[in-house]
Each structure stands twice: as C-alpha cells, then as structure tokens.
Write a protein that binds this ligand. Structure first.
Ligand code: KDG
Length: 345
C-alpha cells in the first residue's frame, strides 16, 4: 500500500511541476497582454532631432502623460540619435531591444514600400489636409500596415513641409538646382525626385547631416524650418528657399515584441498618451515653423519660389510620381490622392 501511495504522490508532484513550468514559459513568452496594471517597465524613446526641437517637447509631454496615468511605467527620452539613427531604431524595435521611436515616415519605405505615398512630391497641399488624411481611415490603414513588420503604429505626429537649403546659390527656379549635391533621407523617391530636378543627391542618415554640411561633403539638404533652424544649419548654409516640396509625417512606433508584454491597461495609457502628445506636437510644430522661418530670414538668404516657378517644380518631377505610382501600387496611391482631393475642396 505504502509503495502505491508514494507512487501516486510522485505522479501528482510531477504534474504540478509540469503545470508550473508551462505557466512560467507562458509568462516568459509574453504571448498577450494580461489584465491589471502589468509589470513595471521603463520605456525608452529614441528620436533623431535634438532637445530644442518641437518633437522633443512632444516626447517629454508623452513621458509626463504616461507617468501621470501609470503607477509602474516610466519613460526616458533619448534625442539627437543618441541611441540610433532612424533606420537602426526601427530595426531595434523589430528585435525588441528598443521600445519607441518616432521617425519620419520616409525611412519606413525600406520596410514597407506603400509608405512611399508620403514621399510623392507636392502631394499634400497644407497642414489641414494632412490632418484630415492622417486622422481618417487612410491614416488608420497606414498605421495598421506596420504590424507585419513587428511594429505597432500608435499615432501621427508632424515633421512638416520640407524646404531646400544650400551653401552655393539662391534657388528660385528649377534651373537653379542644377548639379547641387543635395543630401536626402534614405528613400529612393526623394533621391529620384532631386535627380529629376537636376541635382546630384546623396542619401544619408539624419545624424550625419550637420557634419556633412560643415565639411562640404554635400552642398545642401531639405527639411522643415524648425529642423533647419534648431539643427543649427544656418551655421553651415547660406541659402534657404520655400520649396515646400513634401509634407513629412512623424510616425509614433512601438515595438510589437514589447507591446505584447504590456497589460491592456498599460497599452491604453501608452496609446492615449501618444495620440494626445501628437496633437500637442502638431500645434507646437506649426507655431515653431512660423517663428523659425522669420529667424531664418534674418540668419540666411531667403529666396522666394513664386507660384509660377512652384508649378514648374511640380511639372518637372511628374515622371518620378508616375514611376512610383506603379512601384508603390496604383490602388494605394489612387486612394491617397482621392483622400487629398476629398479634403482639399
Ligand atoms: O528622428 C528625426 C528624423 O526622423 C527626422 O528629422 C528625419 O526629416 C528627417 C531627415 O531629414 O532625416
């Protein structure tokens, strides 16, 4: 009898140990967000701009919102590409070694070609249309599209309308662009567009740009006014023109690997903070863009691109738009342009 009891007890122990092991492995794998306040975690945010830029202020706003609503989430903001440049930061999210990055959408084209719609020159005409397109069904669809890349798209922030600077000459017409060595983001649509305009473009990470301008590796670059001013480009650039050639969103990206380890309560806090800080970012970015332009007109030589010349820039790059319409996908490009048209009326 005694042997049978001992055998039964042993079998029960083995089963209990097996169940405990299964339980711990589920916790380790983080298959899904649980309920309740979840595990304590510090969220690291990587951005490429410096701590004078509106994007940094918005990232701090995100930190304040999360930490005020959560008992166990903290946020650290790393600016100026301290952790990684845009492409590397996106890859770190995919590997689960970084929690958040908020880059321009342009580097994402290397992972998701459909994101090229945002790089089609002269597409979004103003911030109001940008908000309608991004905050509507199309914007939601684009955010969902990052899931296949191990990313979670939580919100649209704003980089803004991009303008050309250079250290060679005033740029008022397409012809003035000829042979300028222009740094572009690592995005083939931007590269091809500046080639079509007659420039000699070079793709380069944002973190390397100031040094390249300082050393004359490139003659010029293109970015929104806040980035131009607050990255100190007037120290190394003489000329600025209001080309307004592309509206670039910032996209708030979260690592899917880490997201799945948050409780649903933590996910809700992070998601709502990303959206609320995004609204703050847009408002601050627009105010800063106006103020930055006024300061740039004092610090640099500003050249006006007239409406007539602006149309010639648009006509000149049309072959690039046609080429990428088919490469990105006719359906998504048509949907993008019909959204723009719908909100431009
Ligand atoms: O992280 C900030 C960058 O994503 C942004 O400034 C990118 O506009 C950009 C550029 O020119 O690289």
């Amino acid at each position: 009898m005694k042997r049978k009891s001992l055998l039964l007890v042993s079998m029960i122990m083995v089963c209990l140990l097996f169940l405990a092991a299964c339980g711990s492995s589920d916790e380790a794998s983080g298959d899904s967000a649980g309920e309740g306040e979840g595990e304590a975690r510090n969220l690291r945010v990587s951005i490429g701009v410096n701590d004078k830029h509106p994007e940094y202020d918005a990232a701090v706003k995100f930190k304040e919102l999360v930490e005020s609503k959560s008992d166990n989430l903290t946020v650290e903001v790393y600016h100026s590409g301290q952790i990684a440049d845009d492409r590397s930061a996106i890859e770190m999210l995919q590997f689960g070694t970084l929690d958040i990055t908020i880059p321009s959408t342009s580097p994402l084209v290397n992972f998701i070609p459909e994101y090229g719609v945002f790089d089609l020159p002269f597409s979004i005409p103003n911030e109001e249309v940008a908000d309608q397109v991004l905050d509507g069904e199309f914007g939601d669809k684009m955010l969902d599209m990052v899931e296949d890349q191990g990313l979670v798209g939580l919100a649209w922030w704003e980089n803004g309308f991009r303008n050309l600077t250079n250290d060679e000459r005033p740029v008022a017409t397409v012809d003035d662009v000829a042979n300028l060595k222009i740094r572009t983001m690592e995005n083939e649509i931007h590269l091809d567009a500046w080639k079509e305009l007659g420039a000699n473009p070079t793709p380069m990470a944002f973190t390397e740009l100031f040094t390249a301008l300082q050393q004359g590796t490139v003659d010029g670059q293109e970015n929104p006014y806040p980035t131009i001013l607050l990255s100190n480009y007037p120290e190394v650039q003489e000329h600025v023109s209001n080309t307004n050639h592309v509206y670039t969103p910032f996209i708030f990206l979260f690592s899917q690997e880490i997201w799945s380890q948050l409780s649903s309560e933590q996910q809700e806090i992070v998601q709502s903070a990303a959206v609320e800080a995004g609204k703050y970012n847009r408002e601050l970015n627009r105010k800063t863009a106006e103020e930055s332009l006024e300061t740039l007109k004092e610090d640099m030589t500003f050249t006006e691109v007239t409406d007539e010349e602006y149309k010639k820039f648009q006509e000149k790059v049309q072959p690039v738009i046609d080429k990428y319409k088919s490469e990105i996908g006719d359906e998504i490009v048509d949907e993008y342009y019909s959204e723009i048209e719908k909100y431009s009326k």
